[in-house]
Design a protein around this ligand. Sequence first.
Ligand code: FBP
Ligand code: AFP
Length: 330
Amino acid sequence: MSITLSQYLTTAVQNNLIDSELSALISAVAQLSKDINDKVTHGALAGVLGMAGTDNVQGEHQKKLDVISNEIFVSGVEWTGSVAGMASEEMDDCLVTPSQFKRGKYLITFDPLDGSSNIDINAPIGTIFSITKAPEGEITNESFLIPGRQQVAAGYVMYSPQTILTFSFGKGVVMFTLNMNTGNYILTKENVQIPATTEEFAINMSNMRHWAAPVKEYVKDLLAGKDGPLGKNYNMRWVAAMVAEVHRVLCRGGIFMYPWDNRKPEQPGKLRLMYEANPMSFLIEQAGGAASTGKGAILDLQPEKLHQRVPVFLGAKEEVARVEEYHKKF
Ligand code: FBP
Ligand code: AFP
């Protein structure tokens, strides 16, 4: 018998695994993802493709779907009574829950539409979210600077041939597939586990000349195949949407990397700690994998600012450990 998301969450509340506020919040994210999914699947028919004509706080040009998805996300969670505030990759500052709604006990951070460059080419994109407990008192940008280890839940929705909601509230990773006919998310995978070893990596190879020595050396050895120092023939994949890369790693293993590079030497990496690296690292660790900056666990970082970026190496435990070894050696 198929298990719907509502049944799954209600059972988790009954078993005291989560409280009803967290259940309501995850449920609201699932609900709003159906609205984003509707825009994504209609594309040009819904007039949502192309540029918005605005920039976000990081100076990146926003696509129409970035802006629309952000609005859908905010209005989809602010009323729930579960959140005290929210922060988004697409908003300069955090948003305190408006006074007409009940203040909840959680904070939510999100990337409403990840993989923006895939939007206009009908390739996989997603929504990523991270939930932490809200501190007492007034909510400001600083309230969100909580290490990833303290997340109470995190997940993503991937819009692709299938629309899949993946999340964890700290008791393993589960995946739900959206039945487009009934509008229900149905449990399709439980206890997701990443094999500790792998023969598949993902990195944007066009940046090789810009990487630091440890990453250059490591990827050189990956490419050397069976006759090289690692003694294995590695396959490569690059979808250009972190949601899709992490989904692949969760489904069939592998390592995904977005390292520092010298195109923007002042930035430690491309991916954002609060909206991308932390929630994905939480899922990866929950599935038995590892997530590192190359020098230590991402989840142990003390965030310094809302839109902070980090280098990311995540996936198969032994392969991530190997990356850390290269960082020590070179
Ligand atoms: P956006 O937030 O602009 O979508 O950037 C994040 C991202 O799309 C990741 O999802 C993905 O892993 C990476 O950038 C792709 O980068 P590149 O353009 O180097 O392929
Ligand atoms: P299939 O017919 O087995 O799907 O292979 C075709 C194809 O998937 C093609 O669509 C891709 O461009 C190419 O293979 C990918 O090849 P690699 O596995 O070498 O990346």
